[in-house]
Ligand binder design. Structure first.
Ligand code: CU
Length: 661
């Protein structure tokens, strides 16, 4: 029996979809208020119109607390359960007229939290070992349970073991949870580690720093990622690209780095417990690998689980090559667009589909290009309310209006869309808001978002085909999560984004030319056609840092008269600084006025209200950068850039020389 979700019930009764769209068009721009007044229309824009959840019926006597899932080559779904069984399910996609058939393949395992089919058998991680299960006589029941590799257990309830994730060379990766004794602790060898085990049972430790590594996956380039859960040393959930020798955050596993096989030598006491952002500490500790993509806690879920790349060749919709990441506690799935910048992975996480019956722990592609979603909640409460479930997520064939990819640019982001945009809304900077924030890296459990800053959207440039928008921002912050909310953006036929917010983790900002706009332009300024600098003025990108003893890293810039300047100031010092561009004769006067601001100084970024100030950055904390955009006059002359933080102006100053072209 196939239990499907109820079809959408519309207040418009049997009105054909086309008529609904016409109604939507006639109210273009006020869709949101329309949906409040007429709930029937709101259903046109729901996730379920694009991705349908079908429920696989489970026999009453099967307790399918899903721990792992893997298809066999003949299209049967293997499901390992937390109860220690492995079930083989015939026709899980429910193509036939009778309900899927369940056959118990194995039993008596210790909390199996992963499953992989390889060379004629299943591999599963039990708490204490990687096990191979083989059916030798073809009766769909395992006859041999072989230990491939066993690791010690202390017995703590929190010593979950996940995997295996099959690698191209046939080796298998498992990840071992820390125990929990009021804090994460590695009570037995290799807890908090990721291990690689080959078919002969040869084990190689790969990396440590794992706290609760509930999911692993490869991206389409074949690189390994794991999903982490908020806790001690983990401010919020994330996925991290894992390579041999990495330390990914929680220091407990570092107690085993004296072992002869350890690929790193860092010790737990090497990790400062300061509450500074992880990205900052990583600058001092080579092995510490920051997350590729953060999942803001309680916004994109509360407990990241499995990682599944879209390898369906388009059968699952328009997100080929992207990653899906499950969330156990919120019973939902997010989508991740990854890119590599200067050799480092980063990218954006966006909500994708919620409303599953229980906590989403495992995902697997079925032979038809649907996604099997394995779920469990026992002991790990989840929305959805069911203790366990197996559901199938299917693309309906309609393309949702979504941010498709988000690429970082030297001065902001390039957003591609799944549908062409309405140009007026897309070119209006007021359609967007951007904030950045990060989390504390410390032994305390979790973190509130810290160092929250908002970024002015200077310009929104729409491509000719309406499928790309380039946002030019007032600076990006390396190491920070940038929330990009496009609430005002509309598709050509008037729909808002299905999910208006994306969260882009910036690990690296690319070099390159900035797309410039007039600093004084109004928010309603026209987009710059063809992505060229405005008014054919020369574009100049400048960057300056700090040196010890109160100095800028550069004392002089020469720029052509009349040019548009994008100046990035990186405060790589250990104290507060700003950068203020002033008419050269007024530099001392402005610095003095800044000093006299007294208690109001910090709030005013130590920038006095003066006509001599041409442009200025924010007052920057250590490790923060800011980018400002301004024009210089058509006449040759000189400007001074100066830090107006009290006491810095005498040494922290330089010249911007404006010369004839
Ligand atoms: Cu300064």
């Amino acid at each position: 029996m196939l239990i499907k979700q109820r079809p959408n019930i519309s207040l418009f009764g049997d009105l054909p979809m086309k008529s609904l769209k016409n109604i939507a068009n006639s109210f273009c721009g006020v869709i949101l208020s329309l949906t409040v007044a007429m709930p029937g229309l709101a259903q046109v824009l729901q996730e379920s119109d694009y991705y349908r959840i079908d429920t696989v019926p489970i026999p009453q006597d099967v307790i399918l607390e899903v721990g792992g899932m893997s298809f066999t080559p003949d299209g049967r779904l293997g499901v390992a359960t937390r109860r220690g069984e492995v079930w083989l399910i015939d026709d899980p996609v429910m193509a036939g007229s009778s309900p899927p058939h369940f056959q118990r393949f194995a039993y008596g395992l210790h909390e199996a939290l992963g499953l992989a089919w390889h060379k004629g058998g299943f591999y599963t991680a039990q708490r204490g070992e990687l096990t191979r299960l083989v059916d030798t006589d073809g009766d769909a029941t395992a006859d041999h349970y072989n230990t491939v590799y066993a690791w010690p257990l202390e017995g703590n309830y929190h010593e979950y073991s996940y995997g295996p994730l099959l690698q191209e060379d046939g080796s298998m990766v498992v990840a071992l949870n820390l125990g929990w004794i009021g804090y994460g602790a590695s009570l037995s060898k290799w807890r908090g580690w990721m291990l690689s085990i080959d078919e002969e049972g040869q084990m190689t430790p790969i990396a440590t720093g794992m706290r609760s590594p509930a999911g692993m996956g490869m991206n389409v380039e074949g690189e390994l990622f794991y999903a982490e859960n908020q806790g001690d040393w983990v401010g919020s959930g994330y996925i991290t690209h894992v390579e041999t020798g990495d330390f990914v955050g929680n220091p407990a596993g570092l107690r085993w780095t004296d072992e002869p096989d350890s690929p790193l030598s860092l010790k737990p006491e090497d990790i400062p417990d300061t509450g500074k952002p992880l990205f900052e500490i990583a600058k001092e500790i080579d092995a510490l690998k920051p997350p590729a993509v953060w999942f803001p806690h309680a916004i994109l879920g509360i407990s990241t689980s499995d990682i599944l790349p879209d390898t369906t060749g388009g059968r699952f919709g328009p997100f080929e090559g992207q990653l899906f990441v499950g969330d156990q506690g919120h019973s939902k799935i997010a989508r991740v667009y990854l890119e590599k910048v200067q050799g480092v992975y980063q990218g954006a996480a966006i909500a994708f589909r919620e409303g599953f019956a229980s906590g989403v722990l495992r995902m697997a592609w079925d032979p038809e290009g649907g996604m099997m979603v394995g779920q469990t909640s026992r002991g790990w409460a989840a929305t959805g309310g069911r203790p366990y479930a197996l559901q199938r997520l299917v693309w309906t064939g309609s393309i949702p209006f979504e941010m498709h990819e988000i690429h970082i640019m030297p001065d902001g982001f390039l957003i591609t869309l799944t549908q062409a945009v309405d140009e007026a809304s897309a070119g209006n900077t007021a359609s967007y808001s951007v904030e950045s924030f990060t989390y504390k890296y410390h032994s305390t459990y979790g973190s509130e978002p810290i160092n929250i800053a908002s970024h002015t959207v200077r310009s929104a440039v729409v491509s000719e085909d309406g499928r790309e928008v380039r946002l030019v921002l007032d600076g990006l912050r390396e190491g920070y999560i940038h929330s990009i909310t496009a609430s005002g953006l509309r598709s050509k036929d008037g729909h808002p984004l299905l999910h208006p917010a994306a969260f882009y983790t910036v690990n690296r900002t690319p070099e390159g030319a900035s797309l410039l706009t007039d600093a004084d332009s109004e928010h309603t300024a026209q987009p710059v056609p063809g992505a060229q600098p405005s008014e054919n003025k020369p574009a100049v990108a400048l960057s300056v840092g700090t040196l010890p003893n109160l100095q800028f890293s550069t004392n002089e810039f020469t720029v052509p008269a009349g040019s548009n300047i994008t100046l990035t100031f990186n405060n790589d010092d250990d104290m507060l600084h700003n950068l203020v561009v002033v008419e050269s004769a007024a530099a001392d006067e402005v610095a003095l006025a800044a000093m006299r601001l007294g208690l109001k100084g910090h709030e005013m970024q130590y920038v006095p209200d003066s006509e001599a100030v041409l442009a200025h950055t924010k007052l920057l904390e250590p490790g923060i950068s800011d980018t400002i955009v301004f024009s210089v006059p058509d006449m040759p002359g000189e400007y001074v850039f100066v830090c107006t933080f009290p006491g810095h102006a005498n040494t922290m100053r330089g010249i911007i020389r404006v010369v004839d072209n």
